[in-house]
Design a protein around this ligand. Structure first.
Ligand SMILES: NC(=O)c1ccc[n+]([C@@H]2O[C@H](COP(=O)([O-])OP(=O)(O)OC[C@H]3O[C@@H](n4cnc5c(N)ncnc54)[C@H](OP(=O)(O)O)[C@@H]3O)[C@@H](O)[C@H]2O)c1
Length: 350
């Protein structure tokens, strides 16, 4: 049984490497066309128009082509984002608390089932695979990043339901919709690729043993402090990243509240005004800028050593800068009195 588990563990590790590289290829495949299309060459216009057609939504999308879906389907992204991030967070957190003690602490859960030989045996097997302090630390960093991501997707779900007033006629291209579904699957995964499969495997093993032992739902006493204490022991990178994340998070919240307040109801969907206040005073798409700050915060909190998270940030910047350029053009065309000091997305630069 041990040899089977060990072999499964090894194949899980090679699958994790495959998953990591697949995500990297996917992010590069997303970034590259956006970068090329943004080069100032008229020969690239067809590519630019094609990508623009895919990314248009709401006010920027004039006609409702048959390849479009309602813009309120944005809700699906955040339902998926919340469900998927929660699964990844709980699994990784459970795995970390069982097999990745930080420092001299013993982080084993005081569960009623914790003393079963089968359970502690599984923990020792998995512990032997993350024997270095560096690896144990990285598991907890992934838990921390997923916690931040959870805060982001929960707020976006709330805003989609209660803050934005997507009109019934607002549409988005089906490609943009599929891209959003892919994005909210791949982005949380990119924050924990090195441990996600082994953590899922570990949790399934534990559940199987628990099921055999109890033939029902076991009663568990959770040591909440045991789950939280290792997070308090993380380094300055994580807290600096969290501060940056919080700065972007709060400004995106404020900017979304401003956008949501511009319309009294969905029926006023053809009415557009110049948004004012907060970061709107300096750029046309401050909510996109704030999103970039949020992901920059995640990168800093990760320690900056994971290339997949760099690529995730690269995609967010390329995608939102591309959309912001079109939004800025739309404002200049729509409002003669549009403030001339407002840049596209990066204050004083672009
Ligand atoms: N991570 C990523 O790659 C990614 C990708 C896409 C979006 N996002 C995030 O999702 C959030 C929402 O994005 P979005 O593209 O849906 O934002 P948006 O196009 O600016 O729209 C947000 C809402 O505000 C309304 N609105 C915008 N400007 C208005 C104005 N001047 N007057 C009246 N109403 C106005 C829109 O109406 P209309 O629908 O009529 O325009 C829509 O209902 C952003 O913060 C963004 O960062 C992230």
């Amino acid at each position: 049984m041990d040899i089977t588990r060990l072999a499964r563990g090894l194949s899980v590790e090679s699958m994790e490497i495959g998953l990591n590289w697949s995500l990297r290829v996917a992010w590069i495949a997303g970034i590259f066309p956006l970068l090329v299309a943004s080069l100032p060459s008229s020969r690239l216009n067809p590519l630019y128009e094609l990508l623009l057609g895919f990314s248009k939504r709401g006010k920027i999308m004039q006609s409702s082509s048959y390849l479009s879906v309602p813009q309120r389907f944005f809700l699906h992204f955040y339902l998926l984002g919340v469900a998927w991030t929660t699964v990844l967070l709980l699994t990784t957190w459970y795995y970390a608390s069982q097999v990745a003690p930080l420092g001299s602490e013993s982080l084993s859960l005081s569960t009623a089932a914790g003393h079963l030989t089968g359970l502690s045996h599984i923990s020792s097997l998995y512990k032997s695979r993350i024997h270095t302090a560096d690896k144990r630390y990285k598991v907890w960093v992934s838990v921390f990043l997923l916690l931040l991501m959870e805060m982001q997707v929960l707020r976006r779900l709330y805003e989609t339901l209660y803050v934005f007033k997507y009109s019934n006629s607002a549409r988005m291209h089906i490609f943009g919709y599929l891209m959003g579904i892919f994005y909210y699957t791949a982005a949380p995964l990119s924050l924990c690729t090195s441990f996600v499969l082994v953590a899922l495997n570990f949790t399934l093993d534990k559940l199987a043993v628990l099921k055999l032992a109890y033939q029902g739902v076991p009663s568990m006493e959770f040591d909440w402090w045991g789950y939280l204490r290792p997070l308090a022991n993380l380094g300055w990178h994580q807290w600096a990243g969290a501060a940056l994340f919080a700065w972007g998070w709060v400004h995106q919240w404020r900017c979304h509240a401003i956008l949501g307040s511009l319309r009294k109801c969905r029926e006023q969907s053809d009415e557009y005004v110049i948004p004012r206040g907060d970061w709107f005073e300096i750029v046309s798409s401050p909510h996109y800028l704030a999103e970039i700050v949020v992901y920059l915060g995640l990168l800093v909190a990760s320690g900056g050593t994971d290339f997949t998270i760099w690529l995730l940030l690269g995609f967010v910047v390329a995608n939102l800068a591309f959309a912001a350029a079109e939004t800025h053009r739309w404002y200049l065309h729509k409002f003669e009195d549009y403030p001339s000091n407002r840049r596209v997305i990066f204050p004083f630069v672009y």
